[in-house]
Design a protein around this ligand. Structure first.
Ligand code: PLP
Length: 393
């Protein structure tokens, strides 16, 4: 079968049955601006409110809170900044370890480092491609001790102050057992929900299950503000502190510049929030289209030898941000030829990220057995998944 010269050709055909036959380039995830973007952005330009004040930031924050069900949201410059502040407010201090998946975008690990923390890598489970709760529980039981309700790594002597699961490609991780593990060991749960706006875990929007969580509105995410992110929380005092820290920690005053701590200039500019308001109005439409795309990929690969399309976990309703296929083990060696032939055809396909424990700056960090991650990264391919992928949707 795999020596069949037409095999790669059939692979391209399967993808084209979803994308279409046009000669254009099919990106992995392209933005779509078909709503009030021009109107709202023009309003910013016409009124001069383009920067750090203006009505669209407040409006975006409150609409995002309504959409996600989080009590409060704080709009910031990007998802990485959101994660950084989430971790700081969750209590990550210099020298602490933070458990994150090795299978993630580098921002998750970098945000830990910005706090002076040390990433500690956890393995993923095949069912979600996100953090494996049972493997984490077993690992912590043999690795840590809990003293004064604080969790300490017995091997390194350092505190473990947060666990940061990530909803990979928009598919929710199994949050309930992860929250249970965090309770058992006295560790704060922070969700990296950067890829998962619109995804539900057991009927509830992700980003509501820990103390704080982070969203991203980068140009390749399900909605975009150009660059942007948000912090979600259901804790009013954490929300107030997040707002304060991301706006240079300045105390309100008519003319005085008094800052009571080292804050950050992380506030989302009004012009970006204007784009966000227009995008949010279209989110339900994007989600419907992305389910339709996912259905087509499912059908296209249903009988395809050696290739499994990756469905949402049973407890979740996924935003299907990026469609994923997984090659059977005996087909893993074909990954690079699949990537080459599709990219030659201007169909952008990508392997997943190089796992964090293989990056030079994170190679020495503590980690559990990462065999599932190491296996998955060799067999996963992301497919073009833009909501405007096909004219026939
Ligand atoms: C996109 C993303 C982020 C944040 O990215 P920004 O580009 O800073 O908005 C963080 N974590 C994951 C997993 C992401 O995919």
């Amino acid at each position: 079968m795999t020596r069949d010269p037409r095999f790669a050709e059939r692979f391209v055909q399967a993808i084209r049955s979803v994308c279409g036959e046009e000669t254009r380039t099919y990106g992995l995830h392209e933005p779509s601006f078909e709503g009030n973007e021009w109107v709202y952005v023009k309003e910013c330009l016409d009124t001069g409110w383009v920067s750090s004040a203006g009505k669209f930031v407040d409006r975006f924050e409150s609409e995002l809170a309504d959409y996600t069900g989080a009590k409060r949201t704080i709009a910031v410059v990007n998802g990485t900044a959101a994660l950084h502040v989430c971790l700081q407010l969750a209590g990550v201090e210099p020298g602490d370890e933070v458990i994150i998946p090795s299978l993630t975008f580098v921002a998750t690990a970098n945000a830990v480092t910005y706090c002076g923390g040390i990433p500690h890598f956890a393995d993923c489970e095949e069912r979600t491609l996100g953090m494996d709760p049972e493997k984490l529980r077993a690992y912590l039981r043999e690795t840590v001790e809990t003293r004064d309700r604080r969790c300490r790594n017995r091997r390194t002597g350092r505190f473990i102050s947060a666990v940061v699961p990530m909803h990979t490609f928009g598919h929710p991780v199994d949050l309930d057992p992860l929250a249970e593990v965090c309770r058992e060991f006295g560790i704060a749960l922070v969700e990296d929900a950067a890829e998962a706006l619109g995804s539900l875990y057991k009927g509830r929007h992700v980003g509501n299950h820990g103390v704080l969580s982070a969203l991203s509105f980068n140009g390749n995410k399900i909605i975009t503000t150009g660059g942007g992110g948000a912090i979600l929380t259901n804790d009013a005092s954490l929300a107030d502190r997040a707002k304060h820290l991301t706006t240079t920690a300045k105390l309100p005053h008519r003319w005085e510049f008094f800052h009571d701590s080292v804050g950050y200039n992380y506030r989302m500019p009004n012009i970006n929030a204007a784009l966000g308001c227009a995008q949010l109005e279209q989110l339900d439409g994007f989600l419907a289209k992305k389910r339709a795309i996912a259905d087509r990929y499912r059908a296209a690969f249903e009988t395809f030898p050696g290739v499994q399309w990756f469905p949402e976990p049973p407890f979740a309703r996924s935003n299907y941000w990026l469609n994923v296929i997984r090659l059977d083990e005996s087909f893993a060696h074909l990954r690079d030829s699949f990537l080459a032939i599709t990219n030659d055809e201007k169909i952008m396909t990508r392997p997943t990220w190089i796992p964090m424990h293989r990056l030079p700056m994170y190679g020495v960090c503590p980690k559990m057995d990462l065999s599932v991650t190491d296996d998955m990264v060799q067999r996963i391919i992301n497919l073009p998944s833009s909501s405007n992928l096909s004219s026939s949707l």
